[in-house]
Ligand binder design. Structure first.
Ligand SMILES: *[C@@H]1O[C@H](CO)[C@@H](O)[C@H](O)[C@H]1NC(C)=O
Ligand SMILES: *[C@@H]1O[C@H](CO)[C@@H](O)[C@H](O)[C@H]1NC(C)=O
Ligand SMILES: CC(=O)N[C@H]1CO[C@H](CO)[C@@H](O)[C@@H]1O
Length: 500
C-alpha cells in the first residue's frame, strides 16, 4: 500500500516535470540560443538565406514571420493587409507554401526556429467582393469566405467595440470592422486547427496568436489542447508542444487582464515595451532599473514575452504612444535593446523593420506590389529600404552576450544615482550604460577574471586584437570603464568570450 503510493507519487512528479519542460511556455530553442527576431514582411526565400548566412552563425534562436496565410489585396498595399485573412492557403507576398516549407527546413537546419504570426480572431473587413493574395475571392459584406469556407453562420453578429471596459464587446464585436469569428463554434475550431496543425507538420516551433485579447480564453484553451506535438523530423524532442505567445495589450485600466491568458501560454508584455522606452527615452532614471521585473507590474519572467518595440507600436498603433523607442532614435534604441538582452528578465524578441514615413506604408517593393529583397552591405547592415536592426552590431552582439551569460544571476549592481548604471551577469559578463549628458569614467567591478577584454558594442574581437575599445580587468575584477556622453553608443559590454 505504502509502496504503491510512493511510486504513484514519483510517477506523477515525473509526468508533471516532463510536461512542464515540453509545454507551450517553452520556446523550443536549439540549445545555447535565447533570442528571437521579428523579420517583419520579409520574403521566405530571403529568410532562408539570412538563417544560413547570419542568424544561425550569430546565435539567434528564432524568427517570427509575418502572417503566412492568404490575405486581402488592399489598395496601395499597406502592411496591415496581412492582418485581414481571406483563407488559410499559404500564399502571401512573402511566398508560397513550397517556399515556406523550404524556409522552415533550412532555418531549422541552421539552428533557427520559425514562429508564425497566426490571425484567427477575424477575417477581412469590407462590404463588396475582394480578392486575396492567392487569387481567392470573398465577400466580407455577407461574411462569405468560400476558400475556407466560412459563411455568416461562423461569425458573431456584427457590433462595434465602443468600450474596452466591457469584455463581451472586446471579444464578440468587430475589431476595426474585421469580421469576428466565433471560436466557440466547433466547425470554426476545426478550420483553425487544420491550419495550425498543417504549420506544425511543416516544422514550425510555435505561434504568435494575434488579437488573443479579442478571443475567450476558454475557446483558445479548446484549440490549443488539440494542437499536435511538434514534428520530430525537424529536430524537436518527442512530446514537444508548440510555443504559444499571445498578443494581449494590457497597460492596466481595462476589463481584460493579461493574467487571464498566462495559464494558456506566454503573453506579450506591452508594459515592458512602454517602460523601457520611457526610461531610455530620458523620461525616467536608469537607476530605477535596479528592480526591473515584476515589481514594474510585469508578468513573471517565464510568462513575459518582451520587446522594445513591435510592428504595431513602432508606428503608433497598439500601445505605449510616444514612449516607444524605434530605429528612428537609434542611440537610445540600441541602449534599450542592450539592456533588454543583458538583463535576465523575460523572453526577448528583437524587432527588424523596414523604413517608413507614414504609419500605413507597406514594405519596400520592386513595382508597388512585389516585396523587394534587402541588400546586404559589407558591414552586415541592410539597404534597399530595410532597416535590419537585427544586423546592427550593437544588437546582434548583445544577443550573443545573452547566450553566453545564460543561467547566471544579475549581481554587483552599480549606479551613480542618476543615469549611469552597470551590472555583472555571474562571472561571465559585464555591461555599463551612460544615459547622462556627462561622461562616465570610473573604476567598476566587472566580476570577470583578470585580462584584457574587447567591448562588443564599439567593435568586436578580431583574432588577437579588438576593433573597438578594450579594457584591462585587474586581479580584483575591477576595470576603469569609460563611456563619454558624446560617443555613438551609450553602452559598454564585455564577456568571457571577448577576452583577448
Ligand atoms: C578618466 O579619468 C582619469 C583620471 O581619473 C583620466 O586620467 C582619464 O583621462 C579619463 N578618461 C576619460 C576617457 O575621460
Ligand atoms: C585604473 O586607473 C587607475 C588610475 O589611473 C590606475 O591606477 C589603475 O591601475 C587602473 N586600473 C586598471 C585595472 O587598469
Ligand atoms: C554615486 C556615484 O557614483 N556618483 C557618480 C555619478 O556619475 C558621475 C560621473 O560618472 C560621478 O562623478 C559620480 O561620482
Amino acid at each position: 500500500m505504502t509502496l504503491t503510493k510512493v511510486s504513484f507519487c514519483a510517477l506523477l512528479i515525473l509526468f508533471a516535470s516532463s510536461h512542464t519542460a515540453n509545454a507551450q511556455w517553452n520556446p523550443n530553442y536549439a540549445s545555447g540560443r535565447t533570442t528571437m527576431v521579428h523579420l517583419f514582411e520579409w520574403k521566405w526565400d530571403d529568410i532562408s538565406v539570412d538563417c544560413e548566412n547570419f542568424l544561425g552563425p550569430k546565435g539567434y534562436a528564432g524568427v517570427q514571420v509575418s502572417p503566412v496565410n492568404e490575405n486581402v489585396v488592399a489598395e496601395s498595399r499597406p502592411w496591415w493587409e496581412r492582418y485581414q485573412p481571406i483563407s488559410y492557403l499559404l500564399t502571401t507576398r512573402s511566398g508560397n507554401e513550397q517556399q515556406f516549407a523550404n524556409m522552415v527546413r533550412r532555418c531549422n537546419n541552421a539552428g533557427v526556429r520559425i514562429y508564425v504570426d497566426v490571425v484567427f480572431n477575424h477575417m477581412a473587413a469590407g462590404y463588396s467582393d475582394v480578392v486575396g493574395t492567392g487569387g481567392s475571392t470573398a465577400n466580407p459584406g455577407s461574411k462569405s469566405y468560400p476558400a475556407v469556407p466560412y459563411s455568416s453562420l461562423d461569425f458573431h453578429a456584427s457590433c462595434t467595440i465602443s468600450s474596452y471596459n466591457v469584455a463581451n464587446q472586446v471579444r464578440n464585436c468587430e475589431l476595426s470592422g474585421l469580421r469576428d469569428l466565433d471560436q466557440s463554434n466547433s466547425y470554426v475550431q476545426d478550420r483553425i486547427l487544420d491550419f495550425l496543425n498543417k504549420l506544425i507538420s511543416l516544422g514550425i516551433a510555435g505561434f504568435r496568436v494575434d488579437a488573443a485579447k479579442h478571443m475567450w480564453p476558454a475557446d483558445l484553451q479548446s484549440i490549443y489542447n488539440r494542437l499536435n506535438n511538434l514534428n520530430t523530423e525537424h529536430g524537436f524532442a518527442g512530446g514537444s508542444r508548440p510555443f504559444i505567445y499571445q498578443e494581449v495589450i494590457d497597460l492596466g485600466g481595462e476589463a481584460i487582464s493579461k493574467y487571464e491568458y498566462t495559464d494558456l501560454g506566454v503573453v506579450t508584455e506591452f508594459s515592458h515595451s512602454a517602460s523601457i522606452g520611457r526610461v531610455f527615452g530620458g523620461n525616467d532614471q536608469l537607476r530605477w532599473l535596479t528592480n526591473w521585473g515584476p515589481q514594474w507590474d510585469f508578468l513573471p519572467s517565464g510568462s513575459a514575452f518582451i520587446f522594445v518595440d513591435n510592428h504595431d507600436n513602432q508606428r503608433g498603433h497598439g500601445a505605449g504612444g510616444s514612449d516607444i523607442l524605434t530605429y528612428k532614435n537609434s542611440k537610445k534604441y540600441k541602449m534599450a535593446n542592450a539592456f533588454m538582452l543583458a538583463h535576465p528578465f523575460g523572453i526577448p524578441r528583437v524587432m527588424s523593420s523596414f523604413a517608413f514615413d507614414n504609419s500605413d506604408q507597406g514594405p519596400p517593393t520592386t513595382d508597388g506590389h512585389n516585396i523587394a529583397s534587402p541588400s546586404i552591405n559589407a558591414d552586415d547592415t541592410c539597404g534597399n529600404g530595410w532597416v535590419c536592426e537585427h544586423r546592427w552590431r550593437q544588437i546582434y552582439n548583445m544577443a550573443a552576450f545573452r547566450n553566453i551569460v545564460a543561467g547566471t544571476d544579475l549581481q554587483s549592481w552599480w549606479d551613480n544615482g542618476s543615469n549611469q548604471i552597470a551590472f555583472c551577469r555571474g562571472n561571465k559578463g559585464f555591461v555599463a550604460f551612460n544615459n547622462d549628458n556627462y561622461d562616465l569614467n570610473t573604476s567598476l567591478q566587472t566580476c570577470l577574471p583578470a585580462g584584457t577584454y574587447c567591448d562588443v558594442i564599439s567593435g568586436a574581437k578580431s583574432g588577437s586584437s579588438c576593433t573597438g575599445k578594450s579594457v584591462v580587468v585587474g586581479s580584483d575584477g575591477r576595470a576603469n570603464i569609460s563611456i563619454r556622453a558624446s560617443e555613438d553608443d551609450g553602452v559598454f559590454a564585455i564577456h568571457v568570450e571577448s577576452r583577448l
